[in-house]
Design a binder for this molecule. Structure first.
Ligand code: NAD
Length: 364
């Protein structure tokens, strides 16, 4: 099926997103932080975590499972270790504030462990590693999500038992952009299955099981009953990492893990464990600069395989995509845009006004 798109400039899409958030009750700072996060995800090519999330965010606000204008609250303070409660506020605010607190503790102690619980969706986790890297801090992040039902089958299993639990690590390289490794532990992020569904496309084989536990390429099995399941990437290895993400973030923070009861609670919630390291307190900045750069140059120099232009390092594809989309606009498919506009109408922002703010003239 051919897909039609609006190509919307990042600033316009930011204006439209923050307008929607302000109508939903967000204060200006919150509207800005959430829009910053969603637009950055789109710019970096992760449309699954961009403005397409807005209908779901507005729906969970409507049902009271998610709240505007909340802040990260320290509930346990052990110096270099903090437990932070997100009060079911917007992830782009709660995680931002949690990272700010963690960065300050890392500068003080050389290391910090930040255990964040009960945040609404924390979005593209690379955003949080980038915030740490901008402050010169190395970080790893283990995340577990709740989506009101399981999404991913365990290795060797046939039905969905946990969520797409992302893992992320960021490494600042002096004088160069940071290395940002950031992925869902499922073969595809659930949002990317939603993008395929909205575009009327099938997903590649090896990603999905249907409700009988048989392989399928039909993305609807994740969103329509009878539900199927995503598979982990890398067979037992990705599954094992997903399991550790759940334990590290959920069981350590007090935010809870997925079980027969919690899996049924209708909510979107993230727990996240972030470990932050000040590299200047280890081998030192000189070592970091020399060794990291030498290694990355060595890896990049590998002769490219047929059909590959050059070897990339994690974080690079996103930066290339951002340069292209900053210049040419962010493509938002017509189905996603209609869902956003309908969600806006449901809270009192007319479609015409949303189109005016976003600079969208007509239906594509
Ligand atoms: P993905 O499969 O696109 O992998 C992205 C990672 O691989 C990036 O670090 C990227 O730089 C790297 N990469 C890609 N191509 C590369 C290449 N050729 N060479 C070197 N590195 C390369 O990511 P995904 O699994 O689709 O995840 C998308 C997003 O979804 C992530 O930002 C993740 O944090 C987010 N997510 C969030 C949640 C949540 O609940 N908050 C849940 C799942 C996923």
């Amino acid at each position: 099926m051919a897909t039609t798109y609006h190509a919307i400039k990042a600033e316009k899409l930011h204006d439209a997103t923050s307008a929607l958030l302000r109508v939903a009750g967000s204060e200006d700072r919150e509207a800005k932080l959430v829009a910053d996060h969603l637009i950055e995800a789109n710019l970096k090519g992760h449309d699954s975590h961009g403005v397409g999330m807005m209908p779901s965010y507005l729906e969970s606000l409507r049902t009271g499972r998610h709240r505007v204008n909340r802040h990260a609250q320290i509930v346990m303070d052990a110096g270099a270790m903090l437990t932070i409660d997100g009060d079911m506020g917007f992830g782009p605010v709660i995680a931002y504030e949690a990272m700010e607190l963690g960065i300050a503790r890392t500068k003080q102690h050389g290391v910090a462990v930040i255990s964040l619980r009960r945040s609404h969706h924390t979005g593209r986790i690379g955003h949080w590693a980038e915030q740490c890297a901008e402050a010169g801090i190395v970080s790893t992040h283990y995340v577990a999500g709740f989506a009101g039902r399981g999404l991913v089958a365990p290795f060797g299993g046939t039905d969905a038992r946990f969520s797409t639990n992302p893992f992320c690590a960021g490494f600042p390289v002096p004088g160069e952009p940071p290395i940002i490794l950031d992925f869902a532990t499922s073969r595809l992020a659930a949002g990317k299955v939603r993008v395929a569904l909205n575009k009327g496309e099938q997903v590649m084989p090896g990603v999905l099981l249907n409700h009988n536990g048989s392989p399928t390429t039909d993305p609807s099995v994740i969103f329509q009953e009878p539900y199927g399941a995503l598979l982990s990437f890398g067979e037992h290895k990705g599954y094992g990492l997903a399991l550790m993400c759940e334990l590290m973030s959920g069981a350590l923070s007090g935010g809870g893990t997925t079980d027969a009861e919690t899996v049924k609670i209708p909510r979107i919630m993230n727990n996240m464990l972030s470990i932050m390291i000040d590299p200047s307190k280890l081998g030192g900045r000189g070592t970091l600069e020399r060794d990291a750069k030498a290694f990355l140059a060595w890896v990049r120099a590998s002769p490219p395989a047929p059909g590959v232009e050059r070897v990339l390092v994690p974080g690079e594809p996103e930066r290339m995509r951002k340069a292209e989309r900053t210049a040419n606009g962010i493509p938002v498919d017509a189905t996603t845009w209609n869902l956003i506009a309908a969600a806006g109408e449901s809270i009192g922002l007319s479609r015409a006004e949303l189109h005016r703010i976003a600079g969208v003239a007509n239906q594509p």
